[in-house]
Design a protein around this ligand. Structure first.
Ligand code: NDP
Length: 406
């Protein structure tokens, strides 16, 4: 039984708080803190109504280490779940070190002024967390997160050696809005307007943004146009599974989404450098975020499913083998359960499960870790138990080209 501090009261924070509150034997007391306390209070009231559980709330600016330190000292949690934005990863890690509590997040650090995410900054905390006897678990959402656990499971149970990894992420849902992003718009748009990148034969290959795409078939959904993107888990997966000759990430976008994004880019609304407007500096992408729907508000009329999984080719006992492991998640069902859409749900549930593995001792060890470095089995069992059941197929045809077939 442990006290837990959740920071961030957006779409993902809503789900983590509900899922943790549903397990009082593991998470005995919960404090939900964020920049806008009224959002924490609204989540606390939903938890009271749905689960008849009480959680505490607080205001905090997670950019400020002293504020975080005093909040942590007052509440004395065993760990912090960080579901704020990637900009705050380092301040929250610093506060955890200063107060001696464990740490978990769902997205790697990204500086505000460059649209660039990589693990370098957080991996640099390895010695400090190890020496303090504390654990930091990085990227424990769905992707990154479950995709790393799926890959670790494939290595442990299915393959002697994995050679090709394609992570395939489909959102076939319809929220009825002309244009909206499913998680924080600023972070989402920074991610997908970057140059594409994938790993092949020991080096990174770059592509123009969204220039490589093809239809991929998703279970119970059908074929959807899928675009090659750089995604953060590729960096840790190729490091932790060096037998991979190629690792790529694909994500679906509808024509309408691409059309809006192109217009926004063409008119300069996705810029992240400040622009002088009526005597003040504004960042166009931050202004755009302010006028777009909040991810947490999309749930009510959302229909359809997400399907995210790993398609892997490799060898077992000297023979070629393919493996496809995935989860499908239904927007309307997650809305009924916790009042959130499936993208928030598929991120928030794994964050709760990761914290549970740490607090139960299954995963707890000093240092900074990516999820694929830990035993996948207890986490995989909890995915089935807590709302994200997975399915797997061995030796099925996969829709990718492979070097040995060319
Ligand atoms: P939202 O924009 O809905 O929520 C972000 C929350 O953080 C808001 O409550 C916001 O407060 C709060 N916040 C922002 N800045 C600060 C600050 N300085 N101090 C305190 N609170 C702050 O985003 P999501 O919930 O959709 O996403 C949360 C995180 O989850 C992101 O880092 C995102 O990248 C990650 N994510 C990971 C995924 C995965 O699969 N691994 C998938 C989807 C998301 P306010 O309301 O006042 O603005």
């Amino acid at each position: 039984m442990s006290k837990i501090l959740i920071i961030g009261a957006g779409g993902v924070g809503h789900v983590v708080a509900h899922k943790c509150a549903a397990l009082p034997d593991v998470f005995s007391e919960i404090l939900l803190a964020s920049r806008t306390k009224s959002k924490c209070d609204a989540i606390a009231s939903s938890i009271k109504t749905r689960l008849d559980e009480t959680i505490a709330t607080a205001q905090v600016d997670a950019d400020k280490v002293p504020e975080l330190v005093s909040l942590i000292r007052d509440f004395q949690p065993a760990m912090v779940i960080n579901v704020v934005l990637p900009y705050q990863d380092l301040t929250i890690m610093d506060a955890c070190l200063e107060t001696g509590v464990h740490y978990l997040d769902t997205a790697n650090y990204e500086p505000r002024d460059v649209a660039k995410f990589e693990y370098r900054w957080q991996w640099a905390y390895q010695d400090r967390f190890t020496q303090a006897g504390l654990m930091a678990l990085l990227g424990c959402g769905f992707d990154p997160g479950v995709t790393g656990v799926f890959t670790a499971y494939a290595q442990k149970h299915i393959f002697d050696e994995m050679h090709y990894l394609d992570i395939v992420d489909c959102n076939a849902g319809d929220h009825g809005q002309a244009f909206a992003t499913n998680f924080n718009p600023e972070i989402n748009i920074r991610e997908i307007t970057q140059r594409g990148r994938y790993w092949e034969d020991g080096e990174w290959q770059e592509t123009e943004p969204l220039s490589v795409h093809k239809p991929i078939e998703y279970p119970d959904i059908g074929a959807r146009e899928s675009y090659l993107l750089y995604h953060e888990e590729l960096e840790s997966l190729v490091k932790n599974f060096p037998s991979l000759k190629r690792a790529r990430f694909w994500m679906t976008f509808g024509e309408n989404y691409i059309k809006h994004l192109e217009v926004l880019q063409n008119v300069g609304m996705t810029r992240i450098d400040p622009v002088r407007y009526q005597g003040v500096d504004i960042v166009p992408l931050q202004f755009l975020k302010a006028v777009l729907p909040e991810p947490a508000s999309l749930g009510e009329n959302y229909e359809g499913q997400t399907s995210i999984g790993c398609q892997i080719k490799g060898v077992k006992d000297g023979r070629d083998r393919t493996f496809y492991i995935y989860n499908n998640c239904d927007h309307a069902e997650t809305y009924r359960e916790v009042g959130a859409q499936a993208v928030s749900y598929t991120t928030g549930v794994p964050a709760m499960i990761g914290a549970k593995q740490m607090l139960s001792g299954n995963w707890m060890r000093p240092g900074v870790f990516n999820v694929e470095e830990l035993d996948p089995d207890p986490f995989m069992a909890d995915l089935n138990a807590y709302g994200l059941p997975w399915k797997a197929q061995v030796d099925v045809p996969l829709p990718h080209e492979y070097a040995e077939e060319k």
